[in-house]
Design a protein around this ligand. Sequence first.
Ligand code: SAM
Length: 241
Amino acid sequence: MHDQLVTQLRSELDGYQIECDEERADLLVSYLELVIEKNKVLNLTRITTPHDAVTLHLVDSLLPLCMKGLGLTSKSSLLDMGTGAGFPGVPLMVLTGARATLVDSVGKKVAAVNEFLSALSLDTGMGVHGRLEDLAKQSPRSQSHVVARAVAKCNVLIEYATPFLKRDGILIIEKGRPDETELREGENAARLCGLALVSRETFDLPRDLGHREILLYQKVREPKVKLPRRNGLARTNPLGC
Ligand code: SAM
């Protein structure tokens, strides 16, 4: 089964011209297997069929690598907001060599991510337990890249990400099908936070497993609002509405 999953992963990534050698594909599948095993005792994911998980967790996490202007390399610092079991931060870290900070507010999930990293000797990544609003105060302007998948609406993610980003840093948002209201509110929040939408692309996943939209925002100027705001305000009184 492991070898079949490695072959599936390489072939699906090849369909998007994303390069992944045998060694890294093997590492990514080993990581996925650890997630699926851990999921038996800790609720990390609903997707447990290995072939679907290759597509919906690994390939899906790696789609930003198709985006022009991403600039995610081994010199980058990447923060994954609401990483859960480590998606998309761990796969992006494995393929690019970026240093990754994998943040979640649920301590058990972060402990599981740190177990996976240690089992696979992935020493460029670190799980960090905490709320994004608190961590932003401790590490302002520390990241060249921030990413989020399935965590909140665009305007909330933009507000969370802005304090972490260095000047010219990139926020990567992975979405299913955001509606026009979400996109408009995202644009409004981006204006207030000093971010500009620099790229937006849509993708279909293999085997009709879904539609993805990826948005890249760049921090082009200083925010017009003082960030981070008080805990919880990003969700209860979101910017841009
Ligand atoms: N990104 C992962 C994925 O795509 O599989 C997990 C998505 S899960 C639906 C959302 C995660 O975001 C949860 O694990 C939750 O604990 C975390 N989260 C939500 N708000 C957060 C916050 N303010 N600070 C830190 N983590 C947060």
